[in-house]
Design a protein around this ligand. Sequence first.
Ligand code: ZN
Length: 200
Amino acid sequence: MTALQLAPGDALLIADVQNDFVTGSLHVPGGAEIVPVLNRYAAAFAARSLPVFATRDWHPPDHCSFRARGGPWPIHCVAGTDGAAFVPGFVLPAGTTIVSKATAADREAYSAFSGTELDALLRSRAIRRLFVGGLATDYCVLQTALDARRLGYAVFVLADGIRAVNVAPDDGDRAIAAMRQAGAETIEFDAIEERTRGAG
Ligand code: ZN
C-alpha cells in the first residue's frame, strides 16, 4: 500500500453520516461500520491542523427526490429533523465546516459541490488534495469525487470509509471504478497511520 504523508493543502470531506442513511429510512448497508473509521480519519486530519468538512443532505419536506413527488427515495434527511442529524458517535473535530446540500425543493444534489460554497471554501484554504469518505459510495461520494476531479483537485477515496446503497448489486463497485477512471486513488487508513507513527 502506498504510504501517504498528509500535508498542508490536504482536506478531509466526509459525506452524509446522518441517521437516516445509517439507521433510518434510507439506511445504507454497513453504514454504521464506517463511523469509527471515519472518526480516525477526522482525528488524523485534526491532529495535523488540516481542515475537515462534513456534508449533510438537508432537504425541505417536499424535496423532489421523495417518492411523493415522483423521486426515487423515501422521505429522508428533512432539515432539522432527527433523521437529518449526524449519527451519535460520529465525532467531528472542533472547527469542522458543515456543508448542507440539496436544500432546494426542486433540485437534487448528490455532489457536495452542487449548489454549495465548497469549491470556494477549499480554494480559500489552498486545498489541492481532497480525501473523500462517507455515504454513499454510489451517490454522494461518487459525484463529489467526480466533481472534485473536474475542478482540478487530486482525490483520494477512503476505501475503508465508504459504503454503497447498491440499488443494483454492483453499483458500489462500478462507482469505485468510475472514480478511478477519473483519476481518483483509493486508500485505506493504514496508508496514513504508517507515517503517523514515523512522525511521532
Ligand atoms: Zn437526499
